[in-house]
Design a protein around this ligand. Sequence first.
Ligand code: HEC
Ligand code: HEC
Ligand code: HEC
Ligand code: HEC
Length: 281
Amino acid sequence: MIGLVVLFAVVLPWTQANAGIAESVHNLGVTGVGPSANGGTRNQFSGTAEICVFCHTPHGGDSSAAVPLWNRNLNNGSYNTYDQLGTSTFDAQMAPVGSVSIGCLSCHDGTMAIDNMINEPGSGADNSGFSAGLWSGSDVMGPSDGRLATGIVQNLGTDLTNDHPIGMQYAGGGVSASKPIIPQGETNDPDFAPVNFMVRNGRYLWWVDKDWRIGGDGVRTKTDVYLYTREAGEGYGAQTEQEPFVECASCHDPHTTENPTFLRISNTDTPSGLCLTCHVK
Ligand code: HEC
Ligand code: HEC
Ligand code: HEC
Ligand code: HEC
């Protein structure tokens, strides 16, 4: 009995502290366990036991997109963006697909092999992916070519008109470095939550506190909704300042197992809790 109590006391905190990307479907190497998200055999790459390498490298990453230490080649082709759908209610300006979203799309648009990276483990870099290793499983990927299979929801494709918009100004615009906070109801599109901000190294960082309706805690944590700062001169509208944008990682933290589908905020604990964090509906 005493032995059992000790076991729980020691083992439980350890497993909790280590739950995270290793237990998620974003662990793409040989240590990934469990079925794929679609229920079939999980796709695993035999070439490495590393987890982070599929997305990050400590040195020599791609700095053309604002994704930390990025180890993947980016798709420089074109995308169809949400504004091309032509809804008469959409009022934000869009920037070209970039920021963190182009990092996600380097796998999720289905055009590039998932083992296509810049710096594989060990000496040297070859920009063309792993020199050894094979994919097993065939549930989410086309047989062994390492790209997401076509016709599955994880493969967003390059036509993003049927996906929640990304790469657009938050709340229809208006929030910027010179006006970093606008009260709820006074943004260009009034149906949005108010933002919080801080300045780090001259860069404005905006977020929406998950508990803003009850005051919020004023601290930016990974279970808040992140907004991503786009700089002037990124090729949209007449913007001259830093502004907050919605990107893939506003809603998803690619490392988290706190909620299903890598969501920063559960959409079920509070019904549509994620959607209602930003949208005032
Ligand atoms: C499937 C791709 C992917 C994998 C695998 C991955 N990351 Fe990330 N990581 C990202 C992306 C995309 C961002 C930027 C998004 C953001 O702001 O959270 C990021 C951001 C980060 C950041 C900075 C932001 C933060 O959340 O603190 C750190 C640190 C980080 N990753 C560490 C790791 C480590 C360590 C591993 C391996 C255990 C890992 N990542 C595996 C995609 C990945
Ligand atoms: C990060 C904040 C954020 C979250 C979370 C969020 N949205 Fe949005 N959403 C926006 C912004 C900003 C727009 C662009 C609105 C505009 O400029 O007209 C938008 C646009 C939309 C549109 C298109 C509006 C149009 O006029 O064409 C729909 C529909 C929508 N969101 C639904 C949802 C749903 C459903 C969820 C939850 C699954 C959700 N959103 C979560 C910020 C968010
Ligand atoms: C290295 C390639 C890669 C990158 C980069 C990547 N993903 Fe994934 N992602 C995958 C694969 C492969 C799967 C499907 C795995 C499976 O189900 O076996 C997946 C699954 C997902 C899922 C579904 C999870 C589920 O449980 O249904 C979400 C959501 C997701 N990714 C979001 C993102 C976002 C957001 C980013 C960027 C912040 C990102 N991914 C970056 C490869 C990647
Ligand atoms: C406004 C919030 C929001 C944004 C922005 C967003 N997603 Fe999602 N995404 C969600 C939600 C909510 C789900 C869960 C849907 C469900 O339960 O079927 C989801 C599901 C997914 C899935 C799994 C699909 C499934 O149903 O199994 C993938 C993959 C994914 N997102 C990738 C991305 C990528 C890549 C981007 C950027 C191009 C992105 N998401 C942008 C909210 C968002």
